[in-house]
Design a protein around this ligand. Sequence first.
Ligand SMILES: *[C@@H]1O[C@H](CO)[C@@H](O)[C@H](O)[C@H]1NC(C)=O
Ligand SMILES: *[C@@H]1O[C@H](CO)[C@@H](O)[C@H](O)[C@H]1NC(C)=O
Length: 445
Amino acid sequence: MRGFVYLLSALTVCRAYDYAQALRDSLLFYEAQRSGKLPPDQKVKWRKDSALNDKGQNGEDLTGGYYDSGDYVKFGFPMAFTSTILAWGLVDHEGGYIAANALDDARKAVRWATDYFIKAHVSPNEFYGQVGEVDHSIWCRPEDIPMHRPAYKIDTSHPGSDLASETAAALAAASIVFQRNDSSYADILLTHAKQLFDFANKYRGKYTESITGAKGSYETYSYYDELVWGATWLYRATGNESYLKIAEQLYKEFDLLYWTTGFTWDKKISGIEVLLARMLGKPLYKDRVISYCGTLVDSQKRTPKGLVYIEDYGSLSKIAAAAYICFQLADLGASSDFYRQFFKKQIDYILGDSGRSYVVGFGNNPPTHVRHRSSSCPDAPAVCNWDTYWSAEPNYHILTGALVGGPDSNDNFVDSRLDAVHNIVACDYNAAFQSALAALVDLKL
Ligand SMILES: *[C@@H]1O[C@H](CO)[C@@H](O)[C@H](O)[C@H]1NC(C)=O
Ligand SMILES: *[C@@H]1O[C@H](CO)[C@@H](O)[C@H](O)[C@H]1NC(C)=O
């Protein structure tokens, strides 16, 4: 039966979406998430400068970076993951950005984060991983944040290997992006990446034991995978065998071969394996990714309309991340056409195949009530408060390009700000989705 359905979908590939447009739109979402002083070429004009007093404990300038989601915390961990994945899309599918006329903006999206990480890395073993606190008691514009925004860091007595190594991965991946564009900046990125990785590896621990305010939002299962991930990206960026040795040694020591596969902000295992497979061609890693993608196709739960359903919370970001890994596998020549077509259909589900779009401002019947403070608020000086949140009105501004959490397991979706599980947006949601779009454009699918 399933084979028959595939045949049907293969015959209806003419149902195309404008992936290049979706790619450009996704970059606008990142513009809307910018914190700090906005540049003159900012395209999302309804956003203004904000959080200009973000400072470290000794007064260090910590302005910039991205607001994580629909509120105003700058969480370093998902911001780093987001940057790694955006940079990865540029490294392997730059052609997609060029074809979409979006290369400049994509580099700027990565650089908006990496400039901030450089500021936050105040000394080799000292890194700020959070500014602002989870405060769900207010609903306002980012330009009007009333409360004090404390900054939290990791250091040798308060380590955070997951945070430091994910940031090392982001900076290493970004250094590859900028090698071709601004080589002195690429060198700076690499210097910080190496220092952060050494810090992560030498002073071991989970960052949420040091930055406890992140526990409720982004506590990782383990820092083991991030350590291997950081070393793997440093190997890719430098070609230095000593990083490869560390990556493979730790992969073995931590028994990652026996971890269940997957790829999320918390779980890097299938990303590590597909990257090592790409660089080394070893069946050890490649077979794991083949098994991962095969399982998604053959036995993962599906909604009635065909979405591969991994988890209720952020279901679409989960399949987008899986799709990106399987596009990577396809690049290695493993059942390439099959995986590309299969996961392209999953992206098509997001863009409209179920009868609606799940990307704000894109396609047919997109979400208009996303749980996102800044886009819900009218322009100053109009009041923005909890009445705005409870209002049945659509968001005042269109948060173009934002991927929402997604439907439940029966393809049901209520476009309401009150539904955090299905209608929230986040930097990490869009990251693999955007890189998957870059792959689709690059491959002319
Ligand atoms: C580097 O990238 C920026 C932003 O994309 C662009 O404006 C600049 O021209 C590029 N420089 C080179 C040397 O490619
Ligand atoms: C490779 O990296 C190691 C560890 O950081 C360093 O000690 C070594 O000098 C590097 N080798 C080269 C050729 O850069």
